[in-house]
Write a protein that binds this ligand. Sequence first.
Ligand code: GLY
Length: 341
Amino acid sequence: MKRISLELGERSYPVLVGPGARHELASLLPRGSKKSAVVTQAGVGVEVDTGREQRVFMIGEGEEAKSLSTVEQLCRGFAEFRLTRADVVVGVGGGVVTDVAGFAAAVYHRGVAVVHVATTLLGQVDAAIGGKTGVNLPEGKNLVGAFWQPAGVICDTEVLSTLPPREYKSGLGEMAKYAFLGVADLAELPLEEAVARCVECKARFVSADPHELSDLAGGKGGRVLLNYGHTLAHALETVGHYDLRHGEAVAVGLIFAAHLARRLGRVGDERVGEHQAVVSSYGLASRLPAGVNVGELVDVMGRDKKATGGGLTFVLDGPRGLEVVRSVPVDDVMAALSELQ
Ligand code: GLY
């Protein structure tokens, strides 16, 4: 079992990684907590024992469950359970569960402790770590949310063996980005070690820039870099009619980012080949889905959160490593997309 500390001064918290880590859950809960509200989904199938009075709150499946009405239902359920500010919410599941449970915890009683038990690979290497919580609106994904750091996170690698193969592969797409954020030889590492290295890497970025403000203030190397490969991925997901899971979309997004960086003279063929090798080693596709509407994708990418007035904006590789690049010419973006068709 590995214990990684996400350093945030007095709000620092442990992330436990390893087979059977879920059995350590009770030790991560606030000492004075008497009640625990366990938020999960029917399909998760991972049972936990909080060692406290425990009530399970089921939410729906899929992105539709990431809504304000789910948060209202949860908060009303917490109130009916008489959960107090001294008690704890426990999110058991993938990114949908931890995003919604985290946001409900952030707003219930103006903030109650939350601990996440991440049961998907994607949740373990990304969604459950770092305190981003939120829900979707009809107008867009994750438009309402809060930074609400958990009191602890459990990444039990044992439960990953029961994931549907496609869900697991999607997690590998999110994992692949860490190969370009400083995790060496990622694809060769045993699973537990690979998850732990990704968590350590993410923890460093979150500690340095917990609210993703560094880039907005003109700083370098902030949390925004964790969005490597995500601008195209989010556009593919927003357009929505392609059969792609989040991590699958990120894998294509990484390859696209490498092609775009090459077009801009920031990297050479060898670096593009390294991106291709990592994505292929995980058995992930690096081409755009058939029939993709390139113009529609460019339009959506222009509305990305990172853009903040700077035109088409991407996290791109280059001689100084990853950095945010603004005002990328639309012709280069179109051309890089065409290379992936
Ligand atoms: N998923 C990127 C972040 O948590 O900052």
